[in-house]
Design a protein around this ligand. Sequence first.
Ligand code: NAG
Ligand code: NAG
Ligand code: NAG
Ligand code: NAG
Length: 616
Amino acid sequence: KEKENGFSSPPRIKDEPEDDGYFAPPKEDIKPLKRPREEDDKKKKPKKEEEQKWKWWEEERYPEGIKWKFLEHKGPVFAPPYEPLPESVKFYYDGKVMKLSPKAEEVATFFAKMLDHEYTTKEIFRKNFFKDWRKEMTNEEKNIITNLSKCDFTQMSQYFKAQSEARKQMSKEEKLKIKEENEKLLKEYGFCVMDNHRERIANFKIEPPGLFRGRGNHPKMGMLKRRIMPEDIIINCSKDAKVPSPPTGHKWKEVRHDNKVTWLVSWTENIQGSIKYIMLNPSSRIKGEKDWQKYETARRLKKCVDKIRNQYREDWKSKEMKVRQRAVALYFIDKLALRAGNEKEEGETADTVGCCSLRVEHINLHPELDGQEYVVEFDFLGKDSIRYYNKVPVEKRVFKNLQLFMENKQPEDDLFDRLNTGILNKHLQDLMEGLTAKVFRTYNASITLQQQLKELTAPDENIPAKILSYNRANRAVAILCNHQRAPPKTFEKSMMNLQSKIDAKKEQLADARRDLKSAKADAKVLKDAKTKKVVESKKKAVQRLEEQLMKLEVQATDREENKQIALGTSKLNYLDPRITVAWCKKWGVPIEKIYNKTQREKFAWAIDMADEDYEF
Ligand SMILES: *[C@@H]1O[C@H](CO)[C@@H](O)[C@H](O)[C@H]1NC(C)=O
Ligand SMILES: *[C@@H]1O[C@H](CO)[C@@H](O)[C@H](O)[C@H]1NC(C)=O
Ligand SMILES: *[C@@H]1O[C@H](CO)[C@@H](O)[C@H](O)[C@H]1NC(C)=O
Ligand SMILES: CC(=O)N[C@H]1CO[C@H](CO)[C@@H](O)[C@@H]1O
């Protein structure tokens, strides 16, 4: 049986209620479905009519390990094919025009598109690019093009700049047409049916080919990120589902039916050899359940963290070096929210470290610094090459241990030479089921938010001031998690705009106050009802302006304090949303002021579940 959306009907699961709604997609994405008028109708077509959101959190969960019973989807959307450049766009080698073969030309355009970027001046980038580019050349091209510095991509680069300029200048109609095409694509490929529900897919479009950038000084930057073909793709769906058809003339690498995994589509990318997946949107049951579970694990840690702390303190005195190192590493993870750090092959990724892979050169010990005792100075590149710099006073025993670990070592030696991520993770599992370094982060971030909100919220302040308090609490967490950012490029300008708004508002307020004063003076003399009324309305005007000014000033403070801190990561990944929801409910702050639409969809379970008394 085919439905109009192209999905065959999923089998009914016995225990599920007849009138399940599906998670309604955003209104602008899809037309609302009408409710049936008659009960009979409803029985016949139980799945599609309800516009209400599906409260999966009120339903029984599948047994451990089972992720779904029915899964059907349309497969991925591939990147559009390469369009050769117009004849008029020339490429020059050593000053002479050269017509490139289509494959070589395509890869050349990737470089041309990045020509203004600093990357293309970096030696590693150029070397990697050139090596991969040559693989795409014909023998003849290979013989001629031997020196990247003699390649002139200027015309290509100008062509792409003109194109992107033209895109900006597009008419309303053209823009609308593109929007409609995107919506059509989303409607067709952006949803799957998982069990009885239609759920949104997060990343159904496969990234186009290009040059690998990588963060920091990544040794593979500049390498060619291949075009992904249907022959690379593994499809996962249920046995009784309609298998998506590959594009004409192609076939899938494999079709699987594995309901112990949550992905729909997977392939292996060529740069790092890592497996990529197409998964569901954060608003889906699968993702929501996982998120919810994450915070429940962190709450379990809350119950046993004291015991764990006592244990590692004891272990600082252990006779076994391995145990001591493990205990100090655990202390860092707990106290500083450091990541555990992966073991990785040298040269595979940028030189970033986590707790277990810290080297002697990454820390400096100061018996005394700025009036504090036993200070450890950290300086290293963490995940995504973000610098971690911190000076922390530690307990004397930790300090002495660190001195011991560093004895007779070279700067490039491992600080914890008897420890690796595997050993540490195993130990964490023994301490508490499901415990990883990340759980400490989640626990600390969430509990800190809860404490900060309690401390910073003043009961009688107004909503804008409450929101400022919330953002301050959120910032305290982001600082703790080291979620820094470079100030946005537009920062100064937007601050100046805001400041001129504030100045204008101040002038208005001064005028209004003058008006009020003279109205009051009039009222003193005249003492009639009409002038009294005028005084009242002038008073109101002053109050209104005062509120507006206050709002702007709060905004400015907020923005200034936020200059170098990224709130998003902790908000989305480390803070139990129920804490925020409870706070909003308690103080009557609309949830929309804290969470935007995407975030509200992701946290729908928490918004529904948590009441104002929720304690993490
Ligand atoms: C490559 O070309 C540049 C610019 O013409 C030149 O300076 C450089 O010496 C050349 N390198 C080699 C290895 O020939
Ligand atoms: C969270 O981390 C901070 C920073 O290291 C630490 O001072 C604090 O004690 C931790 N809080 C809890 C409850 O673990
Ligand atoms: C909501 O905020 C996130 C950042 O946390 C952003 O990526 C997203 O685009 C925003 N969504 C909407 C609908 O504004
Ligand atoms: C039936 C089937 O194809 N099962 C495979 C699904 O994929 C997993 C790995 O993700 C394999 O282990 C199963 O054999």
